[in-house]
Design a protein around this ligand. Structure first.
Ligand code: PLP
Length: 391
């Protein structure tokens, strides 16, 4: 069967592929430590599950409005308003099948073939793939570990073209855990406004930040320039709800309507029961989320304490999310000359599953997810040391 050009170049998500391989080997009875997936290792909080059960018991099992049930759209707007004084209304919110689907809808609604999208690297691996699915071109801007994995307006200026339509910003970042400061984010936002470029701000990890820091959101920029900014968030990471598939976007009314139209032809509404669960999450307070955040901070400390002692390894300290992204390339050998072969060696030799940095646009690095128990994390890091430093 001849497949469309659109999918002939498309690679499945490396994160999901590594995790599936690790699961397969584990099922054969091998001792595998999987630090590859980006999801909290906690169960979804009880009150959220109860809301879903209640929705089923009450027969809330029908199609809903395509952009989401009104109370959930209001709750998402309420989140942006209470946390960031965004001045949002329900008409600015579209509920989609995860933040991933929100981002897909945004690219599909804004991009024409040939348009350029600025994507700072290391990047979340779905950005370039989704840009290409919209027929546009990702323009990758490398931000090295020496630069703290951050880009500046100077980098943007060096990569902008007359075709540039969108800049993607992700803070806290997957895969680096790095956060932009308010001053850095403001400088980038101002550059985008001056250049008439739309900023897609992926804020899915906004509540997973450490050291008592305050999240930096571009909601205030959206409030001033609703035609220039789009914000994406979701319940997956904050509330340990990855499988429920609920994300939401903050966008002007025209873009929200376009996203809703796309969704009406592709998926219709997000699962009605999952929407009720997300409503309970967004309106039920942050006690559970804060407890999970504290556990991630403890593990960040544990991971960083160990990784920062590794010789000839550069690793900016993660300030959020649940990943650490060390540059280990000085330890590459003839057997593992790049991040992919290193990750294969780690899986084969010591049973540790990681995602190679190449999947995130930096082949010098490996991504270690610390969304696992302290014991597994410590054990896995010791095993990585065995492979990296045995010579
Ligand atoms: N954005 C980033 C940076 C992510 O890491 C992820 C998930 O890994 C998503 C968006 C999408 O999250 P979901 O579709 O599960 O809501």
């Amino acid at each position: 069967m001849k497949l469309a050009d659109r999918v002939s170049q498309l690679k499945p998500s490396a994160t999901l592929a590594v995790t599936a391989k690790a699961r397969e080997i584990k099922a054969q009875g091998k001792d595998i430590l999987s630090l590859s997936l980006g999801e909290p290792d906690f169960p979804t909080p009880k009150h959220i599950c109860e809301a879903a059960k209640k929705a089923i018991d009450e027969g809330f099992t029908w199609y809903t409005d395509v952009p989401g049930i009104p109370e959930l759209r209001a709750a998402a707007a309420g989140y942006f308003n209470s946390q960031y004084n965004a001045g949002a209304g329900p008409e600015h919110i579209v509920i989609s099948n995860g933040g991933k689907h929100s981002i897909y809808n945004i690219f599909q609604a804004l991009l024409n073939p040939g348009d350029h999208v600025l994507v700072p690297a290391p990047y979340w691996l779905s950005y370039p793939a989704q840009v290409e699915l919209a027929g546009a071109k990702p323009v990758i801007i490398a931000a090295s570990p020496e630069k703290g994995f951050k880009i500046t307006p100077v980098d943007l200026e060096n990569n902008v073209t007359p075709k540039t339509r969108i800049l993607v910003l992700n803070s806290p970042s997957n895969p680096t855990g790095v956060c932009y400061t308010k001053a850095e984010a403001d400088a980038i936002a101002q550059w985008a406004v001056d250049r008439d470029i739309i900023v897609l701000s992926d804020e899915i990890y906004d509540r997973l930040i450490f050291d008592n820091a305050k999240p930096v959101s571009l909601c205030s920029w959206w409030k001033k320039h609703p035609n220039r900014f789009v914000i994406v968030n979701g319940v997956a990471k904050t509330f340990a709800m990855t499988g429920w598939r609920v994300g939401y976007s903050l966008a002007n009314e025209a873009l929200s309507k376009a996203m809703s139209s796309l969704q009406s032809q592709a998926t219709s509404n997000v699962c009605s029961i999952a929407q009720k669960a997300a409503l309970a999450a967004l309106t039920g307070g942050f006690a559970d989320a804060d407890a999970m955040r504290a556990a991630f901070e403890r593990r960040r400390n544990l991971a960083y304490e160990i990784v920062s002692t590794w010789p000839d390894v550069i690793c900016p300290k993660p300030q959020g999310a649940f990943y650490i992204f060390p540059d280990v390339h000085r330890h590459y050998t003839a057997r593992f000359p790049d991040s992919t072969s290193l990750c294969t060696a780690l899986l084969d030799d010591v049973g540790v599953a990681l995602v190679p940095g190449a999947a995130f646009g930096d082949d010098r690095c490996i991504r270690i997810s610390f969304a696992v128990s302290d014991e597994i994390l410590e054990k896995a890091l010791k095993r990585i040391e065995q492979v990296l430093f045995r010579k």
